[in-house]
Ligand binder design. Structure first.
Ligand code: F6R
Length: 602
């Protein structure tokens, strides 16, 4: 989950690297660092800092931006070793002349560390990346890479070094006296971008500079060099020079990252949900009742469906699986991507806002004959590029770490997909539910306005409660799970989320006087109310979302008859509740501890 950037071009490497790292900070923000080549002698300089990118800016020397044409950078989410400045990338070899940034994890790090230490290398950290720098040093065999055709020799050394690794890596390497960057990868994405004045690289498209016109993706085992004058050399897995792959045009819309008056990105993104849904409904208009959406997405309408996802996206996938089986009569089941097994010839629908989640990419790499549809907010992502069809959520960047608008967008995309599948199988209810779908933006906006102040009051009353229970029934259960996940990840409260009827089979033992129980109204509401009363009788404080309740009501505007996608609007109220509790407790809403936006390690 870390982010890589690299730059080789005219003299603007440091600002380009810092801009890329800022856009990639959502991938990890434990620490950050850059390495660049300074002055006519291309002296290697490195700056690193623990914490956010702002901490790195504080330690950069004043002359860092002068005349620098070549550099690499990294923002880190710690896997090996603590998030300290010493463990931050770039890492260097014993001579201090080779600098490496790395995404991924090295499985044979312990054995390599032992061998390198025995050979006399001074290993200064527990970070697997440092070992790669020493392996490259070993391949260079004491000779400075800055002699002769240094970049070619560095590329050969990198290729030989990674031959000893097991695991996953995307690497950018530079070395003193060698004006250029070497890139290579294995099971971790890496892209080369071309701007009018430079070659750049990044681990995802957001890290590339806004002036990037085209991108090329490295394949596993490729070794690529970026040299001045936008000179690109591409070698395939055997080291043989090949033509670079055909470039893809990049149509990324560079959205504003400003708060526009909102207190934080989470709040801004919660409020954007009506507009996000309206855009999706507009994009699919006229293509549901005819089933045409399926043809446009390039997917079959008659196969069983396997839905793969993680976290919040898995909750949206659960809502979708239920809709597909109920509306279209097709078998549909959700598999957490980290638990996948080899696919058959069913249709796989992969839900991933980032499109870079390693567990999903691993599932894709395991192959299988069936087609893949990516439902993603990043149509340029690795998942999108590898899938047969792409449903572009078009939410704009979600900069807060917790998924809000991308979750709601995934549910609406899932509903559109289920309705199109139902239409293709001649099911009748499509037109009726399409009308209810069209009312979602107004109901979300009304819920946003009503729930926000109530959530603030509830947070004052309940924020310090350490344990919370979330219940619902039927189609409401994934929303209860989503509300519980939001509270857990933002406010660091322990939560339990389950179908209400399951409580009496054990978890009710957790319910004592004062425990907040959030009851997400869903059909059958009368049965849910009975379960809530059983908890109230044991002293629980019931917060009812979207219905009449006993202790407190958190408003959500729901349609009169429950649609197949369940009480979607209640998620806005739940998002507000989690955010307000977080604010009340004084935590950082946009950047919760231990997390990163894009989970790029398995
Ligand atoms: C929670 C959250 C995570 C992601 C999960 C999958 O707020 O954001 O649970 O949903 O890591 O990420 P994507 O959707 O990028 O595959």
């Amino acid at each position: 989950m870390c982010g890589i950037v690299a730059h080789c071009g005219e003299a603007s490497a440091v600002p380009s690297l810092l801009g890329g790292l800022e856009r990639l900070e959502y991938r990890g923000y434990d620490s950050a660092g850059i390495a660049w080549l300074h002055g006519a002698g291309h002296r290697l300089r490195v700056a690193r800092a623990a914490g956010r990118l702002s901490a790195l800016l504080d330690v950069l020397p004043a002359d860092a931006a002068d005349d620098v044409a070549v550099g690499i950078g990294h923002t880190r989410w710690a896997t090996h070793g603590e998030p300290t400045a010493a463990n931050a990338h770039p890492h260097r070899d014993c001579t201090g002349t080779v600098a490496v940034v790395h995404n991924g994890t090295i499985d044979n790090a312990d054995a390599l560390a032992e061998r390198l230490s025995a050979a006399g290398h001074r290993i200064g950290t527990e970070v697997d990346t440092e070992l790669i720098a020493h392996l490259i040093e070993e391949q260079l065999d004491g000779a400075s890479p800055g002699t002769g055709d240094g970049l070619d020799r560095l590329a050969e050394a990198v290729a030989a070094a990674v031959g000893q690794l097991r695991g996953a890596w995307a690497l950018a390497v530079t070395a003193e006296g060698v004006p250029g960057v070497v890139l290579t990868r294995h099971r971790s994405p890496l892209l080369v971008g071309t701007t009018p004045t430079a070659l750049t690289a990044a681990s995802d498209t957001l890290g590339l500079c806004p002036r990037t016109a085209t991108v090329r993706e490295l394949g596993d085992g490729d070794t690529v060099t970026l040299a001045p004058g936008r000179t690109l050399r591409w070698r395939g897995p055997g080291g043989r020079e090949t033509e670079p792959p055909a470039p893809l045009r990049l149509s990324v819309r560079h959205h504003t990252v400003e708060l526009d008056g909102a207190p934080d990105h989470t709040s801004k993104e919660i409020a954007e949900q009506p507009a996000v849904v309206a855009r999706i409904l507009d994009a699919v208009a006229g293509r549901l009742a005819t089933g045409r959406l399926l043809g446009d997405l390039g997917i079959p309408g008659d196969r069983p469906v396997r839905l793969l996802a993680c976290g919040s996206s898995a909750h949206a996938a659960s809502v979708t699986a239920r809709m597909i089986s109920r509306l279209a009569g097709l078998p549909a089941h959700v598999v957490p991507a980290s638990e996948h097994s080899p696919a058959g010839d069913e249709l796989t629908v992969a839900f991933s806002q980032s499109g870079e989640t390693a567990d999903l990419l691993a599932a894709h790499a395991d192959g299988g004959p069936g087609p893949w549809l990516a439902v993603t907010n990043n149509p340029h992502s690795t998942l999108a590029r590898r899938s047969d069809g792409v449903f572009d959520l078009g939410c704009g960047p979600e900069l807060a770490v917790a998924a809000t608008k991308s979750f709601t967008a995934q549910v609406v995309a899932g509903a559109a997909l289920a309705l199109a599948l139902a239409a293709a199988r001649d099911r009748r209810a499509v037109a009726e539910w399409e009308r209810v779908l069209l009312g979602i933006p107004d109901r979300l906006a009304a819920t946003d306005a009503m729930a926000r102040p109530v959530a603030e009051e509830l947070a004052k009353a309940f924020a310090h409660q350490p344990g919370w229970v979330f219940i619902s029934r039927g189609a409401g259960v994934p929303y209860a799970q989503e509300g519980a996940l939001k509270l857990k990840e933002l406010a660091y409260r322990w939560t339990e989320a389950l179908p209400a009827g399951e409580l009496k089979h054990g978890p009710i033992a957790l319910v004592t006087a004062g425990v907040p129980v959030v009851s997400v109204t869903a059909a059958p509401a009368d049965r849910l109310a009975v379960n809530a009363r059983e908890l109230a009788a044991r002293g629980a404080r019931i917060i009812t979302v979207g219905g009449a309740g006993q202790d407190a009501v958190l408003p959500a505007v729901l349609p009169t008859r429950e649609p197949p996608w369940g009480p979607l609007e209640s998620v806005v109220a739940l998002q507000h509740l989690a955010r307000e509790v977080t604010v009340e407790l004084g935590h950082d809403v946009d950047r919760p501890r231990n997390l990163a936006k894009s989970v790029t390690v398995e």
